[in-house]
Design a protein. Structure first.
Length: 376
């Protein structure tokens, strides 16, 4: 009986693998497995030390996903979110000392008069029989005109010194807000784990400037990651019609929005000056024109795909694909587009502890996908 049961399980596993779609890539054929189903617009993914996953759903739920794909109930303790259009519960990351502290950080849209704004919270993940968040503490609130739910993307990354980088969209707000320093619109901020401005931030003590700002002139950032090759923080953002960008975030730098862009406004008119470059503005190191609507980014360091080590992976919403950027001299040099036939909007891309690439699909019946070599 045991032998028969084992044989049935093996056959079922083989049949499940055979049903998973395969795709040709520069690293050979890859198989895309479904790890979990039934997520409502999943936005961000973070791996727990035991291989389980924390996943945010845009309407305001945080779940733990078991290694077999089972979804926990929504965790208690998540603040009420402003869930409208692109806004809701967004990024989640584990603190660098998570193994000792159980601390996580997450960002979300909170309701304010006239719409929503980004808030960042710190919490402790209680992993009991009924997991929940405890000691939930908002540590940062965005200042500036609220969003109606558009261009409100938020990604986070924690530096080795413990400080947090947080991206903040331009909200389709009055055009020059991303260029002025008296608000957090169209900015990337750098804050301590308690939400304070580090003393060495570039605009600390400057008149009419918020001390949390690290860089400005951004539009709608959807990706943020540290480059393991050199420690630089890289950011990825949506342009309008064209001009999606990847930027290296330099202390105090201006990235130009809405004065310069490789794209055009949605009505076809030029953006700002109508130019792609301007004195005093830091150029992107890569741009997509036409726009692919990138979201989620991860540098690949694993062993499962040796040919892709050092590459930068980006999800794409509009073009429903995964973009791999090969590097040369520390910058993107060549693009490979893959999984187009999957026909899924890709919201997030993460490298798993097993070296596989994990993807979140952006729809009301969202999935967690795992990309692995087809032959192993």
């Amino acid at each position: 009986m045991r032998l028969a049961a084992a044989l049935i399980l093996a056959l079922l596993s083989t049949a499940a693998q055979a049903a998973d779609p395969t795709f040709d890539t520069s690293a050979g054929q890859v198989r895309v497995e479904t790890v979990a189903r039934g997520l409502d617009h999943p936005w961000s993914l973070a791996f727990l030390p035991d291989g389980r996953m924390l996943v945010t759903e845009r309407p305001g739920r945080l779940r733990i996903v078991a290694r077999d794909g089972a979804l926990s109930p929504a965790l208690e303790g998540v603040p009420k979110v402003f869930a409208r259009s692109q806004a809701g519960l967004m990024d989640v990351i584990l603190a660098r000392d998570f193994a000792q502290s159980g601390t996580i950080f997450f960002c979300y849209a909170e309701a304010v008069s006239g719409g929503g704004r980004i808030a960042v919270a710190r919490a402790r993940l209680e992993q009991s029989a009924t997991p929940r968040l405890a000691d939930v503490t908002p540590i940062f609130h965005q200042k500036g005109p609220p969003s109606t739910g558009l261009n409100i993307g938020c990604r986070m990354a924690q530096a080795p010194d413990g400080n947090l980088f947080v991206t903040l969209g331009d909200h389709f707000a009055p055009k020059e807000d991303a260029q002025t320093l008296d608000n957090h619109i169209g900015k990337i901020v750098r804050i301590t784990p308690d939400g304070k401005a580090p003393a060495d931030n570039p605009f600390v003590g400057k008149p009419n400037a918020l001390p949390e700002i690290w860089a400005y002139g951004l539009r709608n950032a959807q990706g943020l990651a540290f480059n393991p090759a050199n420690g630089q923080v890289w950011e990825q953002e949506h342009g309008p019609m064209g001009g999606d960008e990847i930027n290296i975030m330099v202390k105090g730098a201006n990235y130009g929005w809405p004065q310069v862009s490789f794209g055009r406004n949605y009505d076809g008119t030029p953006v700002g000056t109508g130019k792609a470059h301007m004195d005093g503005v830091t150029d992107p190191i890569w741009h997509w024109t036409p726009s692919i609507a990138p979201s989620g980014m991860a540098f690949y360091t694993g062993d499962l795909f040796p040919a892709w080590k050092g590459s930068l992976f980006n999800g794409a919403l509009k073009f429903a694909l995964v973009s791999r950027l090969a590097m040369k001299d520390g910058k993107p040099a060549k693009e490979e587009r893959m999984l187009q036939d999957l026909a899924e909007r890709i919201r997030d891309v993460r490298q798993g502890p097993d070296g596989a690439l994990y993807l979140l699909t952006d729809n009301s019946a969202g999935r967690i996908l795992r990309m692995v070599p087809a032959q192993r």
